[in-house]
Every structure is written in structure tokens, then in C-alpha cells.
Ligand binder design. Structure first.
Ligand code: NAD
Length: 446
């Protein structure tokens, strides 16, 4: 099948929508991105992307210049002549742990009267099982035009989003309509032709696939965090254990790195939402409840180590903190472990000097640059005069710092590393007191 240019509308241009729109434009389609955020739309129309994602701005600009990509606030105008609509809207956690579908439903309620010809409406947001049916009913209530609703969950990782979108492990398409399946197969053909499989399934199975994948990954991280915590108590080194375990091809090496808990906009809310779905169907997903509890505890591990070291007295102490984003290569701070850490450490009397290459603006909006939290220019400025250094996000630039200089800048050579960024031997040779996760304590400077 030879794909031809499609006129696509993306509704919601955050991390997922903007990457989806930019990549489909890059594949030769005509794409209009719709958002309700005036500032974001205005930035995009000036050729700037309103979030940090490596490589995205360049591809966005190239397609904008080629006339294949634009942004607007005007949904009815965007939909003129467009028969493929992606919903990439937020589905945040509701108060009861369920996914909040109000953004999806609000848009679904407006779509009916705007449809002109057979249209495929594709849900890219992560939504609970049964949502495609609800979206279909809401649209059908306001139109007699033929349409299908498809579930096409997104698996991209922030920081690697372009690569993941263009070279996915798989594309999942949930649809019971042959007509819609044909449209989706043609749309994704430039991607799937390079040996990236496309799996057709029901809408419900597709919706479930996304939650099952994220919950499994959250559980895998949590499992390894618990193993690491135990390693500390039994004088084993999780670096060695990880290699030994990951070499088993049934397990694999990915997602076996212990740390200070998962965060981000997906895992926390998706695990909660799946538990909620299970509850609605009279099933108790005990395993995932334990995952959530353990992850909450893990987010406190580094703070506990710091408090322990300073005999629970942080009054008058200055702490350097490297990394605010929930993971490297993104400016996303949603559910980032750094947030709770900053709150606890400052509440205990410490002043925090924090640095992140991309997430400082977002933290400033959330926490402010106040008396107890100073956002500084770089990793050295954070360490300058601090009583200890805490590594919270593993930005690769932190791995190549001058340890000699850091040692000079700190009032005492003490590092708490929540991401195991440095080899134990290096830190011993450099003369640091160094606590990491699941590895032997280094006390060489004492
Ligand atoms: P986001 O918050 O970054 O972006 C959502 C965008 O939708 C925002 O720009 C917002 O202004 C816009 N919006 C809200 N209401 C709107 C409306 N009525 N009309 C038009 N635009 C509107 O969210 P995201 O991270 O891109 O996530 C979107 C969905 O994709 C979620 O369900 C999420 O779980 C899922 N997902 C996210 C990722 C990820 O890594 N971020 C990965 C896979 C799946």
C-alpha cells in the first residue's frame, strides 16, 4: 500500500501531541496542532516548542517552514477537510485515583457537529478500558456523519520521544472497524515498514495494553529498589547483582537500575488508575498497591540518609541538589522525587541550592525561588559552600564534573547519590564520604 499525504488534526499539543504531530508532518502529512493554551500556540507559531525534548524544535521548525505543520486555538477551522483526529489530551489522576477523563469528554462533546465526512478519531491519551466506547457515544449523540473511534496508546519516553515515535517497539491499534484499521495501517506504514510491528486488537485490549505495560515497568523498578535496599543491609553490591540478574534473557538488563523511586506524568497515575479499574470490577490488584506504597517509601530514602548523617538536625545546613526533573533529558517535573525532597529538607531547616539543566523554570513556578530554595546557574554553583551534595536526577553532564573541584567547593566532601552515578572505587579514590543506593558505603574521607 502506498501511503499518501493526510490532513491530520492533533488536539492537545503537550509531550505526546506535539511529538505525534511533528513526526507525522516529518512523514509528509499536513498537520494542524490545536491547543487551548494561548501561550503555547503563540510560541509554536514563532517556531519555538513549548517544552524541552531533544531534537524536537529542529524537526518542528523544518516542517513548519515546509508548510506542513502549524498550531492554532481554533478547533473548527483546524478540522476543515481533516478526517484524522488525534486526541492527545491530559488524563491526570482524579481525587479517588481514577483517571480524570473530563478533558477527553469535553472535546468529544464538541466534535460531533464539526465532522464533515467519514472521520477516524484516535485516542492517544492513556485512558481506562471502555473509554473508546464512551467517546464514541458522546460524538454519536451530536452527528449523523460516519466515524470510528480508535485506541492507539502511545509508548514514547520523554527525552527519547522522536526516536521512540519513529522507531517504536510496536504500534498498538485498537479498533473493531475494518475501515478504521485500513486508515491506521496506511498512516503508520512509513513507520511499520521498517520492521516495527503493528498489532491490531480490540479497543479494550489496546487500552489495557498501555496500563499493563506501564504497571509492569513500575513494578520492575520497584522490585529492584527493594533488592537494592536489602543489598545495603546484607553487604552486597546491587551493581553486581543487577548484572548477574539482568544477564538472564528472561529478565533483561533494562529497568533494573535502582534509585529513589519512579515519578513522572505516567507511572504514578497509570498504576493508580489500573488499581481503580480493577476495583470497579471487583478485583484487588494487590501487587500494584504494594508497588505504590514501596515507591512512596523509596522517594524518602535519600532524605532519610541525609537526616541520619546529620543526626536529624538540618538547621543551618546548606545542601546542594543536582537534578529536579523526574528523569534526565526532560523539563518535566510531574511527580518528580526532587519536589518532596526539597519540601522535607527545607522543612527540617536546610537551605537547598538546586540546579537542573532544563527543569528550573518549572520548579520555580511550583515552589518559587524562596529563602530556603535557591536555584543556581550550574552544578558547581550549587556545590559552592554546601555541607553535602545530593544527586537526584542522573543528567549525563553530572557524570563528567571535576570531582576535585566539587570537593574544594563543598564544606566537607559528602555526597548522597540517589542515582548511582559514580563508581564506588572512583569516589573512594577521590576521598569522598559517599552514600548511594544498594551499594557499599564509602567513608574514605573520614
Ligand atoms: P501534557 O499535559 O503535556 O499535554 C496536554 C495538552 O493538552 C496541553 O498542552 C493542554 O494545554 C492541552 N489541552 C487541554 N485541554 C485541551 C482542549 N480542550 N483542547 C486542546 N488542547 C487541550 O500531556 P502529555 O504528557 O502529552 O500526555 C497526554 C496523554 O498521553 C496523557 O493521557 C498521558 O498519560 C499520555 N502519555 C504521556 C506520555 C509522556 O511521556 N508524557 C507517554 C505516553 C502517553
Amino acid at each position: 500500500m502506498q501511503p499518501c499525504m493526510k490532513k491530520i488534526t492533533i488536539i492537545g499539543t503537550g509531550y505526546v501531541g506535539l511529538v505525534t504531530g511533528t513526526c507525522f508532518a516529518e512523514l509528509g502529512n499536513d498537520v494542524t496542532c490545536v491547543d487551548v493554551d494561548e501561550q503555547k500556540v503563540s510560541m509554536m507559531n514563532q517556531g519555538r516548542v513549548p517544552l524541552y525534548e531533544p531534537g524536537l524544535e529542529e524537526v518542528f521548525q523544518r516542517n513548519q517552514r515546509a508548510g506542513r505543520l502549524r498550531a492554532t486555538l481554533d478547533l473548527p477551522a483546524a478540522l476543515k477537510g481533516s478526517s484524522i483526529i488525534f486526541l492527545a489530551l491530559p488524563t491526570p489522576m482524579g481525587d479517588d485515583g481514577s483517571a480524570n477523563l473530563s478533558y477527553i469528554f469535553a472535546v468529544a462533546d464538541t466534535l460531533g457537529p464539526l465532522l464533515e465526512e467519514y472521520t477516524v478519531i484516535i485516542d492517544k491519551s492513556t485512558v481506562p478500558v471502555g473509554t473508546a466506547e464512551q467517546v464514541r457515544a458522546r460524538i454519536a449523540a451530536n452527528t449523523t456523519v460516519d466515524f470510528d473511534v480508535v485506541s492507539n496508546p502511545e509508548f514514547l519516553r520523554e527525552g527519547l520521544a522522536l526516536q521512540d515515535f519513529m522507531h517504536p517497539d510496536r504500534v498498538v491499534i485498537g479498533s473493531s472497524s475494518d475501515k478504521a484499521r485500513a486508515v491506521m495501517a496506511e498512516l503508520y506504514e512509513p513507520i511499520t515498514r521498517n520492521d516495527h510491528p503493528l498489532y491490531f486488537m480490540s479497543e479494550r485490549s489496546a487500552e489495557m495494553t498501555k496500563y499493563a505495560a506501564n504497571s509492569f515497568l513500575a513494578a520492575k523498578i520497584t522490585f529492584m529498589n527493594q533488592i537494592a535496599n536489602l543489598c545495603e543491609r546484607i553487604d552486597a553490591n546491587v551493581d553486581d547483582v543487577r548484572l548477574g540478574v539482568g544477564s538472564d534473557s528472561r529478565i533483561g538488563h533494562k529497568f533494573l537500575y535502582p534509585g529513589i523511586g519512579y515519578g513522572g506524568s505516567c507511572f504514578p497515575k497509570d498504576v493508580q488508575a489500573l488499581i481503580h479499574t480493577a476495583q470497579d470490577h471487583g478485583y484487588d490488584l494487590q501487587l500494584l498497591k504494594t508497588v505504590i506504597d514501596n515507591n512512596q517509601a523509596q522517594k524518602k530514602v535519600l532524605t532519610s540518609k541525609v537526616l541520619n548523617y546529620f543526626n536529624n538536625d538540618l538547621e543551618g545546613k546548606t545542601l546542594a541538589l543536582w537534578g529536579l526533573a523526574f528523569k534526565p533529558e526532560t523539563d518535566d517535573i510531574r511527580e518528580a522525587p526532587a519536589i518532596e525532597m526539597i519540601r522535607s529538607l527545607t522543612a527540617a531547616g536546610a537551605t537547598v541550592r538546586a540546579y537542573d539543566p532544563e527543569a528550573m523554570e518549572n520548579i520555580k513556578k511550583l515552589l518559587g525561588d524562596n529563602d530556603r530554595l535557591h536555584l543556581v546557574a550550574d552544578e558547581y554553583a550549587a556545590a559552592d559552600g554546601a555541607d553535602a551534595l545530593l544527586i537526584v536526577t542522573e543528567w549525563s553532564q553530572f557524570a563528567s564534573v571535576s570531582l576535585d573541584r566539587i570537593k574544594e567547593l563543598l564544606t566537607q566532601p559528602v555526597i548522597f547519590d540517589g542515582r548511582n552515578m559514580f563508581p564506588i572505587e572512583t569516589m573512594r579514590a577521590a576521598g569522598f564520604y559517599y552514600e548511594s543506593i544498594g551499594r557499599p558505603l564509602v567513608t574514605s574521607s573520614l
